[in-house]
Write a protein that binds this ligand. Sequence first.
Ligand code: SAH
Length: 255
Amino acid sequence: MAWRSSGASNRDLIENLWRNKLIQDMRVKEAFLKVDRAHYAPSSPYEDRPQPIGYSATISAPHMHASAVESLLPFLLPTVDDPDALPAAAPRGRRVLDIGSGSGYLTHVMAELAGPEGVVVGVEHIAALRDLGERNMSKSAEGREMLAEGRVRFRVGDGRKGWVEPDEQQQDDSAAAPTATTPGWDAIHVGASATELHPALLAQMRAPGRMFIPVDDDPDGYGQHVWCVDKDKEGEVTKTRLFGVKYVPLTDAPA
Ligand code: SAH
């Protein structure tokens, strides 16, 4: 699948992803068209393959970004399916967590979909990569506006613990389920492979909510698959294995 959708320009790349059915929803296509991948990938930005961004990290391939957004889409769009399912005092907009935000590219694309009421938080365990995401986003007027309005925030933390915004911290237990003051996440994207479905991530998912997470699930340690984890409005969790992938791992921050 890699390389197949490469193009000579951002539009070319997105049109090829569309033609190859990696992007299937017009709203997803429009969001990708709004974000120039050249602001995020240091070289050959319109090729359909991952690129190194420093610190052993990569910006994932465009077809992977496309499939992540297609999977999470119902939980990115600014429609709350069942407002009664949300904690009473929770804000109405979508809340999206991008763990291992790296280049910041996907963080930006997801913010386009979440719209003006949404909040997308990118979490990096390497401060320089947190800064990189923010710097890349500042290259466009739209990105600068999203940062200024707090619609996109880049934070430093261990993504395996999820993330609770400092002003939303009700207790020090990040593994606690969302409440009115710790509102949790409609959508969680994990951009590095996990050894397990970390309990804090499951706990911080809203009901309903969805997580896209690559997991090292091969018993011999040689394979990863993306899992789509759904929490329904009763809190019931369903896990679906989607396809084989090769992501860099979620690790401890380098010393
Ligand atoms: N979505 C990013 C992917 C970057 S690669 C993009 O397409 O640009 C994966 C990222 O996960 C790396 O930037 C790495 O620094 C980060 N990472 C690894 N372990 C982490 C952890 N425990 N917490 C937060 N980020 C982590």
